[in-house]
Ligand binder design. Structure first.
Ligand SMILES: NC(=O)c1ccc[n+]([C@@H]2O[C@H](COP(=O)([O-])OP(=O)(O)OC[C@H]3O[C@@H](n4cnc5c(N)ncnc54)[C@H](O)[C@@H]3O)[C@@H](O)[C@H]2O)c1
Length: 321
């Protein structure tokens, strides 16, 4: 299948490209490189450097590549930027999505997969939320993810496009950008491998569901290959395993210290510091992926311990870059 991956030079998108190539699909990437990097894109995969807000250029790329399926990962993905700049958020995450959906439909693509978010849709949940949990987004970023799903429903109903929304939990792993505000694992790895102590917001007792990027890529591949079931479907993609930020920091500190020792560094990573709590942070966010297991045959394969180790090793190997 010819699959066009928007945001394919980013963290999750580049793992999706790798997973699709391994499954024998052909890929092209659309990315404006605002946070992604050409270095993430597998060799031989065409990279079209463009902004999804540019509908005319997008149409030309679709006409040239003629994708049978589209995997839409490109997004403005900062919650705080969406609060500061809700118009920009809507331009990229709502209008940009509509441009991609329109181009997919016009060029005859049959499948469409969209990166949605469990955390921003479900809000604070102490037990794993399923897909029936009421959506109540409070940030502009959450609102555009919710609206995005509604647009997918519209395209499925009106034009017969096979549409899937994957509601990710907290995704982490190799290639995650350590410079953004999200991506606590990447941020902590970078700090700890420099022998420094990260700052944990508040008391650190913030429960999250951490799912490994390459596992999320497999879920996307399965969703793109979905040919049965309703025209629109939403699936949670997470582990249902609760981990708080203090546990996460302790696990990473162990892996990073071992890597520093292996590199004959004399640095001893100090215990993490606690800073002020961040306004609006959810206390607990965790999803059930039972539906994805039942209908897509997807389950996460990498435990948090192994995932943190592999991520720390990747950051150690790429720390000079
Ligand atoms: N990382 C998470 O924990 C998480 C959780 C829930 C949902 N998501 C969603 O998953 C998707 C991928 O996120 P990620 O973590 O890989 O982030 P990322 O920043 O690594 O990837 C996003 C990619 O989109 C590109 N991009 C941004 N704006 C663009 C535009 N206007 N035109 C073209 N390309 C553009 C960036 O350059 C980048 O390569 C996003 O839609 C995000 O909202 C991520």
């Amino acid at each position: 299948m010819r699959v066009l991956v928007t945001g394919g030079a980013g963290f999750i998108g580049s793992h999706i490209v790798d997973a699709l190539l391994a499954r024998g699909h052909q890929c092209a990437v659309v990315d404006d490189l605002s946070s992604g990097s050409p270095a993430n894109v597998a060799q031989g995969v065409p990279l079209y450097e463009l902004d999804i807000r540019d509908a005319a250029r997008l149409s030309r790329v679709f006409a040239e590549f003629r994708p049978e399926a589209v995997c839409h990962q490109a997004a403005q993905m900062s919650v705080s930027r969406s609060v500061r700049e809700p118009v920009f958020d809507a331009e990229v995450n709502a209008i940009g999505l509509l441009n991609v959906l329109g181009a997919a439909h016009q060029s005859g693509a049959k499948q469409f997969v969209f990166a949605s978010s469990g955390g921003v849709l479900y809000g604070d949940v102490a037990t794993p939320a399923d897909e029936e949990h009421p959506a109540d987004p409070i940030s502009p970023y959450g609102i555009t993810k919710w609206v995005g799903e509604r647009y997918l429903q519209f395209y499925a109903r009106e034009f017969g496009l096979f549409c899937t929304a994957l509601r990710y939990a907290n995704v982490y792993g190799p290639r995650q950008n350590p410079h953004g505000e999200a991506g606590v694992v990447a941020i902590f790895c970078k700090k700890m491998l420099a022998g420094e102590s990260p700052t944990i917001n508040g008391d650190g007792k913030y429960i999250r569901d951490y799912v490994y990027g390459p596992d999320v890529a497999q879920a996307n591949a399965r969703a793109l290959e979905r040919t049965t079931g309703p025209g629109f479907a939403a699936y949670n993609i997470g582990t249902a395993v609760p981990t708080d930020v203090n546990e996460l920091a302790a696990g990473l500190r162990e892996h990073c210290q071992r890597l520093l020792n292996d590199a004959r560094s004399k640095s001893v990573i100090p215990q993490p510091q606690h800073g002020p709590a961040r306004a609006g942070d959810l206390r607990s966010s965790i999803v059930s992926a039972a539906k994805a297991q039942r209908e897509l045959g997807w389950t996460p394969s990498v435990s948090i311990r192994d995932g943190l180790r592999q991520t720390a090793e990747w950051f150690a190997a790429h720390s000079a870059k």
